[in-house]
Ligand binder design. Sequence first.
Ligand code: NDP
Length: 256
Amino acid sequence: MSGAHFHSVLVTGANRGIGLEMVKQLLQLREPPKWVFATCRDPHGGRSQELRSLASKHPCLVILQLESTDEASIKAAAKEVEVHLAGSGLNLLINNAGIMPPSTLESVDKEDMLSVYRINLIGPMLVTQAFLPMLKTAAKKSNRKGLSCSRAAIINVSTIGSSIGRPPSMAMFPVISYRCSKTALNMLTRCQSLEYKDDGILCVALHPGWVKTEMGTEKAELTVQESVQGIIQVLSSINEEKNSRLVDWEGRIVPW
Ligand code: NDP
């Protein structure tokens, strides 16, 4: 793990899919984080059962309600995290929550586009704004130099399907609102990296691979365990060299 250690991590959309597996594997690390904040829309609902059962075994796992489209819920979650961290700052923010409804050029409408942007782009934007002071604190207090996830980082989960330079065909990936929202998320990541580099915060867009989840479907190439094993390796080793880029689950830079 190249001496990497994440003192505190927050993952959005952590009740299932890639987010849940990230939480599981973070807790299994030889040196697990002191705090893992797992956010989900409905902490008491049936779809968060597995997360609740994990939390009952791991006192460092804190479940928080967070709906990406609701600014009040984001702010309330940030307040709670601040109390737990008691001034130590947040090292790693993983904006993972997202949706991918089908939409073709013919079927997509204003509401579809707006609702997907609200969750996939505006959500990560608001979440990052709310947690930024804690990320800055972590970067300042760290005795590590340079940029790394052990110091302070914003990871925006994107997709290779967001690429403008090498786009997958329309037949292969008929999800217009999703593609546009993730391309915009890449630009948000790029802007964040320009602005926050001097604060010591690494900003990266991450492609998790094509993963067997509800979104990725059973046809996908990777199990969620394989994808997240790769992602944790990448988070452990990533530095300035890949700051401000779209990086895949194996650490390769993906062309925008
Ligand atoms: P899933 O559909 O399995 O899980 C999505 C997660 O996002 C759920 O926890 C869901 O919560 C949450 N979520 C959805 N809407 C909101 C919202 N409004 N507010 C808060 N949370 C919300 O997806 P994956 O795990 O596959 O995807 C995770 C990320 O990886 C996404 O950003 C996706 O775009 C990206 N990705 C996935 C790929 C794949 O092949 N699976 C490929 C490339 C990128 P709830 O249970 O409440 O619905």
